[in-house]
Design a protein around this ligand. Sequence first.
Ligand SMILES: [Zn+2]
Ligand SMILES: [Zn+2]
Length: 168
Amino acid sequence: MMKIAIAQLQDTRQREFFFSGSKEDLGLEGIEFPMQNTEVTAIFADADHGYYLHGDARTDATLVCDRCLTDFNSQIETSLAALVVMDQSSEFEDEEIIEVDPSSPYIDISKFVQDSFMLALPFKIICKEDCQGLCAQCGTNLNEGSCDCEDTSIDPRWNKLKELNLED
Ligand SMILES: [Zn+2]
Ligand SMILES: [Zn+2]
């Protein structure tokens, strides 16, 4: 888990925290893809109802390409920005909020960092811009070679039309 002791924050000498380690060490088990060299920097500043958190997070992820279904490595970097709210009676609607129970001695940022990594993923995960994907008929990875299906990729309805034309 990535926990920051509130007592430590109140002692203004340390406001910057650095975390690294495995998914389990960091409390990021909810992320499905493998991660390596994950590093998180969190910096706190005083805010009216708690703290303002900013920082950054990076990891070397192993993702699966949506087009060719092959594993590939991708560096994911994201910036962190949130308001840590200790006073739950206050209302904040337009900002990222980390709510902390006033009786808790810690601020746990694992869930927030996990969400930030997920949001940093591209909508379409592809191994490279010009990934050729798999042949829809035989499943050959067209990045690695061609297959014999290519010449028959004409829409079969077109063949029907040609037959009709010949009859006329
Ligand atoms: Zn691909
Ligand atoms: Zn094929």
